[in-house]
Design a protein around this ligand. Structure first.
Ligand code: ADP
Length: 172
């Protein structure tokens, strides 16, 4: 089965899918941006479960329940801070997307949504990040055929326009 890949403009906490992905920091104990929004919407039980996970390395992903969110699970992944592009940022960002899909597959998750990992406070340029995101997800989906739907959840109309353009132009 081929998974549907598309971009939407939404608050990721509202999406009704098997899982949403959180752009967390390595403590997994909550932060600003999308991380703060997810923790607020999921409720305080989330941070209790996160405390038991012992943090997460950059480029890796861990899974929790989603508590008060409409999704069933949250994948927490830690993106790289943008330091100009010469410090392995692209490989680490690609790993975030790949590991999220790998960990999701172990839970039987077949639909999930990603935010623009690292493109907020971590400063990764959106278009460069979107290219990495799309190619890493396409590659991972070839190995995880149980995944049926992957959404790139854009917070702004500008980000959505970038994703739509890249999804329509990049080779499948
Ligand atoms: P990072 O620290 O990985 O850069 P941020 O949370 O600062 O993470 O930003 C990541 C992306 O998430 C940015 O594109 C930001 O606009 C977006 N974002 C922030 N809040 C939400 C939300 N509620 N739903 C979807 N995307 C969001």
């Amino acid at each position: 089965m081929t998974a549907t890949l598309r971009a939407v403009q939404a608050d990721i906490t509202t999406l009704q899918l098997d899982a949403i992905v959180n752009a967390a920091n390595s403590s997994l104990l909550g932060g600003g941006g999308v991380d703060g929004a997810i923790h607020r919407a999921a409720g305080p039980e989330l941070v209790h479960e996160c405390r038991l996970l012992g943090g997460c390395k950059i480029g890796d992903a861990k899974v929790t329940k989603a508590y008060r969110l409409p999704a069933k699970f949250i994948l927490h992944t830690v993106g790289p801070v943008w330091r100009g592009g010469g410090h392995g940022e692209a490989d680490l960002l690609a790993s975030c997307y790949r590991r999220s899909i790998e960990v999701a597959a172990t839970k039987g998750i077949s639909s999930l949504a990603f935010p623009g990992i690292s493109t907020g406070v971590y400063g990764y340029p959106v278009e460069l990040a979107a290219n990495v995101a799309i190619s890493s997800v396409r590659k991972a989906l070839r190995e995880h055929s149980s995944m049926t739907e992957v959404i790139f959840c854009c917070f702004s109309a500008e980000d959505l326009a970038i994703y739509d353009r890249l999804l329509n132009s990049a080779a499948a």
